[in-house]
Design a binder for this molecule. Structure first.
Ligand code: SF4
Length: 448
């Protein structure tokens, strides 16, 4: 495992006290470790968590043992504007705007994720994902509460069964960080719930009865807010269902609180293979040594990690940033899987881009980097229509015999369309001589 580097420590949040014991505030075991979303953090955070700019520029350090403790970060999430103002310069107008927004769409930022923000950059890409914008309210007439119609497709509370072979288990609405572009923003108001044992039991019964389900996605909120013990209880019961072939976990912890991916969690996950994990890096600034270490730990435990970015205005809506992000992901052995068009969700319109932007980004990447670094750009259709991949158009014209194609550099090429049709193949299957003739005929035509 990689040790936490000095470079990262210089972005961490400084405090005055040096002795870890000084920070052990409310330590009674709680699962998850602190579910409040709007709280007087001053109860829990040391006083020096308080000077503007300290989150980035730093003078003093959080003790290593606490910085590596995900529960400490979780308990110390920044959820109020007054507290946020101590780390990020906010004008009185901005403060009242943030206050207004959080009354409808709460805020929650882990100290780790806060440490990635440059508080002096008003356009910081991490800040845009974490700090509320007044546009969430002023543009909220646009979009829908539940554009993907997840409520309608719920077969029992918390279980979405839309596709024949896949089902989605939503275990909680709690997340360590509230992403301003979240598709399930509607859930934030409900104050933090976790599925009860009887609800989990009903989901498992449904999964057992539907033998066509071979792929179960465990999501939220963020399912890794559950304790490892509780997660194991659920995962082991899903794994015991014979027709479930794979389990997928959707989580943003590797990005917003990578300390959660600890040995205990990884060792538990390794027992229930095959488990895949999909995470959500949006900007190269999020690829830190801690994040790399978390992904490495998962991979060494036999859990492949894929990334699902969301295309966001002012965050990653250009070729240069996406190239840097995807190439950076490959360096930490994470596969860039999807680039999502930001869903049509109320309170996210200011972060949405025209669909053409995504297509242009893919076009700008194709040919300029390995295909492995290029995600599939998809639009998730409203009303549960599913995902549609969108690509630049490389096919300029087509006849029965030829295609006119353009490559990444804009050059055009005539490409012969092979004539061997499925009927020809069936006929050819009757005798080797026939197929030889057809192949010869096809090759001869190709030379003309
Ligand atoms: S982690 Fe996922 S579910 Fe949670 S706020 Fe972010 S996008 Fe929404």
């Amino acid at each position: 495992m990689k040790a936490t580097s000095t470079a990262t420590r210089t972005r961490s949040i400084p405090m005055v006290k040096k002795n870890p014991a000084d920070y052990e505030t409310i330590e009674a075991e709680e699962e998850p470790p602190g579910t409040r979303t709007i709280s007087p953090e001053t109860e829990r955070l040391p006083a020096q968590f308080s000077s503007i700019g300290s989150a980035y520029g730093l003078t003093k350090q959080v003790p290593e043992s606490l910085w590596r403790d995900w529960k400490w970060h979780f308990r110390n999430r920044v959820t109020s504007v007054d507290y946020l103002g101590k780390f990020i310069p906010l004008s009185p107008e901005e403060q009242s705007n943030v206050k207004l927004v959080t009354s409808r769409y709460p805020m929650s930022i882990t100290p780790y994720y806060l440490s990635l923000i440059n508080p002096f950059n008003p356009d910081d890409p991490v800040k845009k994902q974490a700090v509320p914008s007044v546009l969430e309210i002023t543009m909220s007439s646009m979009g829908m509460e539940d554009p993907l119609a997840e409520k309608e497709d719920s077969v029992v509370p918390g279980l979405v069964h839309r596709y024949p072979d896949r089902a989605l288990m939503v275990l909680t609405d709690i997340c360590p960080m509230f992403c301003r572009h979240c598709t399930r923003k509607r859930e934030w108001r409900h104050g933090g719930w976790m599925r009860t044992d009887s609800e989990i039991g009903a989901m498992l019964d449904y999964l057992r009865r539907h033998k066509g389900i071979r792929d179960v996605i465990i999501s939220g909120g963020d399912p890794l807010t559950l304790s490892t013990k509780r997660l194991e209880t659920i995962i082991s019961r899903v794994r015991a269902i014979k027709h479930v072939e794979i389990i997928r976990i959707g989580t943003r912890f590797p990005v917003v609180l990578p300390q959660r991916i600890d040995d205990e969690l990884c060792s538990m996950l390794s027992k229930y293979s095959p488990i895949w994990l999909n995470t959500h890096f949006n900007h190269p600034q999020e690829i830190t040594p801690e994040a790399a270490e978390a992904c490495d730990r998962l991979l060494r435990s036999g859990v492949p990690v894929n990334n699902q970015s969301v295309l966001l205005r002012g965050v990653n809506d250009n070729v240069e940033t996406m190239l840097k992000l995807c190439q950076g992901l490959l360096k930490i052995k994470v596969r860039p899987y999807y680039l999502f068009q930001c869903d049509e969700v109320q309170g996210t319109e200011h972060l949405r881009t025209p669909v053409e932007t995504g297509i242009k980004i893919i076009e700008g990447m194709r040919g300029h980097t390995s295909g492995l670094a290029i995600p599939t750009f998809v639009v998730d259709l409203v009303n549960g229509g599913g995902k549609v991949p969108l690509q630049p158009n490389y096919l300029l014209a087509q006849t029965e015999d030829h295609l006119l194609l353009r490559n990444y550099g804009g050059n055009t090429y005539l490409y012969r369309n092979p004539h061997l049709q499925i009927d020809d193949i069936s006929t050819a299957a009757c005798g080797g001589d026939v197929i030889q003739e057809l192949l010869l005929d096809s090759r001869l035509k190709g030379r003309n």
